[in-house]
Design a protein around this ligand. Structure first.
Ligand code: SF4
Length: 257
């Protein structure tokens, strides 16, 4: 059932009680999976149940995945494995580690891992394969704003990643440090901060996690730095998404301490 067919079944009064301004907007939302037929109070529960069964939710992310698979169908992923920092596995599949989790990308570009793989994870890995594979890490560390297009998204890195990480370190530095090390981060010497870890979000996208403990003048603070080449392997929006996921993983791990 598409939105037009769904619309025909609605009262068409545009009363707004479902939270949408029009019945058509509601029909579209139901078809996208953003709402349920039951949200319209003028449809009986029996009819809502019957209509719900006819709705085929179109997840637009699946269309992106299909397109990305099409885009990289002629790439020999095994030949590219070394450049991607991937490991070649059986049956011409490759394995890529992303935020501490190993993903298998088969020859026909299907992505699996231990447990469920979300559409976003698939999109990210396919983008990495599509844009990656060329370039050598420079070990020249720059702020997110210095990456191509980074200025527009830098607020997201500060608000969604650096600020929550600073708070985690401020509350329990031992737990936060333990969580990032358990995920695979290694402590290194880096003159700009008292404590620095290097962590690979993806094999070609390392970050430095710089941590300054609180003192009499300042609160605890965390800043992320990126290899100068990061924007060659992924666009900045995807890097933000990776960093947000990294922050979420650390946050969840800290709760276990
Ligand atoms: S509550 Fe029902 S009738 Fe009112 S706008 Fe929503 S879908 Fe239309």
């Amino acid at each position: 059932m598409n939105p037009i067919q769904m619309y025909k079944e609605l009262p068409k009064t545009n009363c707004g009680q479902c939270g949408h301004s029009t019945c058509m907007a509601f029909a579209v939302a139901v078809n996208k999976g953003d709402d349920r037929v039951q949200a319209c109070p003028y449809i009986s529960s029996e009819k809502a149940e019957a209509l719900g069964k006819l709705v085929k939710i179109v997840d637009w992310r699946e269309n992106i995945i299909k397109q990305l698979i099409e885009d990289i169908k002629n790439i020999d992923i095994c030949k590219m494995a070394e450049d991607l920092g991937a490991i070649i596995k059986k049956n011409r599949a490759i394995e890529i580690r992303c935020i501490g989790r190993d993903y298998i990308i088969s020859e026909d570009r299907q992505i699996s891992a231990d447990g469920k793989v979300s559409p976003w994870e698939k999109i990210l890995l396919l983008l990495y394969i599509k844009t990656g594979g060329s370039g050598v890490l420079t070990n020249e560390w720059v702020s997110f704003a210095e990456l191509k297009g980074g200025g527009v998204k830098v607020e997201a890195i500060i608000k969604e990643c650096e600020a929550p990480l600073s708070e985690m370190f401020s509350k329990n530095a031992k737990a936060a440090a333990g969580a990032i090390e358990k995920l695979g981060a290694k402590q290194i010497d880096f003159q700009a901060s008292q404590h620095t870890w290097i962590f690979y979000l993806l094999p070609k996208i390392p970050i430095l996690i710089l941590y300054w403990p609180a003192n009499d003048e300042f609160q605890a603070s965390v800043k992320l730095l990126f290899d100068r080449t990061a924007d060659r392997f992924l666009d900045v929006e995807s890097i933000v998404f990776l960093c947000e996921n990294f922050t979420d993983v650390i946050e969840r791990a800290c709760l276990l301490y």
